[in-house]
Design a protein around this ligand. Structure first.
Ligand SMILES: NC(=O)c1ccc[n+]([C@@H]2O[C@H](COP(=O)([O-])OP(=O)(O)OC[C@H]3O[C@@H](n4cnc5c(N)ncnc54)[C@H](O)[C@@H]3O)[C@@H](O)[C@H]2O)c1
Length: 308
């Protein structure tokens, strides 16, 4: 038994030694996940990159193998499919004997923004299958084995300020999937604190600027069986540039995040077992106080202010 029931950090968990550890990063072929992969390699971990997009995965692994030979490999994985995440875990434990760090990072947009009644069931199914079941499948395939291995370990689930803290109303499908990630991670961290002195969990809120990643084009990975069939009119995802223009037009000072620097920060926070991995949270904390006050007054809580 480690930590008390209200612990917000790693409780009594010792800091994790990243050097020499074995790490798995889902959705690690691109974007934020690739920044985490780079940081793990720089910190001397061995990394298995799991991604559904074979060509991008091959390119990333080949590029990073050149500077880190023998310490990176790729496994084509669809996190929405529990057989696929089980096969990934089988591979990792057979090849490396352990998994110390699991980053459940793969995620997709929802098929864009718009009123939720203008979406159709397949928009919700696709978004939830990757963003919610993808994380749940990672937990079910890995955590029992991580605990059994007797090795120090940590699970980091990627949420979003959109939903994880408060919804951006016009991105309600995505927001609600990320609310699930934040909630399930909190429960996981409490369960692990009760059951283990070695394995913990954290939730990661990508933050520190606008992120130029493939999330804006995540439709590229939408499976044919979850395409729209009912003529849903919810907006398709906008591009990074469109989002940047929109925010600038709304008078925001848009800073573009450095994904490699973000990856290093995530790995440092993970190593010290920080529960909530987020930054620039001043306005979020203020929003959460106002939300708590509204809930206490039985009112509709204020939403996330991002100009979507
Ligand atoms: N970009 C942002 O502004 C932002 C903000 C907050 C949270 N996030 C979250 O960060 C995470 C990473 O997203 P990103 O912005 O780097 O986007 P990205 O598209 O660049 O990266 C996501 C990766 O996940 C992979 N992927 C998609 N579906 C998959 C599946 N079924 N199985 C396995 N891999 C799959 C993609 O191929 C891609 O490599 C996501 O969970 C996203 O929701 C992103």
């Amino acid at each position: 038994m480690s930590g008390d029931a209200s612990a917000t950090d790693g409780g009594s968990l010792a800091p994790l030694e990243v050097a020499g550890s074995v790490a798995v990063v889902t959705g690690g072929a691109n974007g934020i996940g690739r920044g985490i992969v780079r940081a793990l390699l720089e910190a001397d971990a061995t990394v298995v990159v799991a991604d559904v997009e074979q060509d991008v995965l091959d390119t990333t692994v080949a590029a990073l193998s050149a500077s880190h030979p023998g310490r990176i490999s790729g496994v084509v994985t669809d996190v929405s499919d529990d057989d696929s995440t089980d096969a990934l875990a089988d591979h990792v434990f057979a090849a490396h004997g352990r998994c110390n760090l699991l980053f459940n990072n793969a995620g997709v947009g929802s098929g864009g923004g718009g009123r939720m009644w203008t979406h159709e069931p397949n928009d919700w199914r696709w978004c939830y299958s990757v963003n919610v079941f993808g994380v749940a499948n990672g937990i079910m395939s890995f955590v029992g084995r991580m605990l059994q291995s007797g090795e120090p370990g940590h699970v980091v689930n990627t949420s979003s300020g959109d939903g994880g803290f408060a919804p951006v109303p016009n991105a309600g499908v995505y927001a609600s999937s990320k609310a699930a990630v934040s909630c399930l991670t909190e429960a996981l961290a409490h369960q692990l604190a009760e059951d283990s002195d070695l394995v913990g969990a954290s939730v990661f809120y990508p933050s520190g600027g606008l992120m130029d990643t493939g999330l804006f084009t995540s439709q590229r990975n939408r499976p044919a069986e979850l395409e729209r069939v009912r003529g849903g009119t919810g907006r398709s995802s906008m591009t990074f540039q469109q989002m940047k223009d929109l925010l600038e037009k709304a008078g925001r000072d848009v800073k573009v995040a450095d994904l490699d620097e973000m990856g290093r920060w995530v790995v440092e926070c993970t190593a010290r077992r920080q529960y909530l991995i987020g930054r620039d949270l001043e306005s979020t904390v203020d929003l959460l106080h106002r939300r708590a006050n509204a809930i206490g007054a039985l009112d509709l809580p204020p939403h996330h202010q991002m100009g979507l």
